[in-house]
Design a protein. Structure first.
Length: 94
């Protein structure tokens, strides 16, 4: 199970479903990694952009696994709503 969570090739896949545990691990790694490494000029910005892409892919896959339309991923662009979406996807079970 741990190998599945940290299979980094899978982190950049846009297709397929994602379990709640895998989603939470990916989001938290991308979030904290983006914050910590984002403090380094230029390189940090690139890493933060990669972390943002990983988060978007994870949200899309999690929405798909819950049976929702993946277009709901666009809610991440709305400032306060994006936090509610991320938390709801961490809590909600199949």
């Amino acid at each position: 199970m741990a190998e599945e969570l940290f299979d980094f090739k899978d982190w950049f896949q846009f297709r397929g479903a994602l379990s709640r545990k895998a989603y939470t691990v990916r989001f938290l790694c991308a979030f904290f990694g983006g914050i910590i490494i984002g403090m380094i000029p230029i390189l940090g910005w690139v890493i933060s952009l990669v972390a943002m892409v990983v988060s978007i892919f994870a949200v899309k896959r999690r929405l798909q696994s819950l049976g929702h339309n993946p277009w709901w991923t666009l809610l991440l662009l709305v400032p306060v709503v994006n936090l509610a979406v991320v938390i709801a996807l961490m809590i909600r079970n199949h």
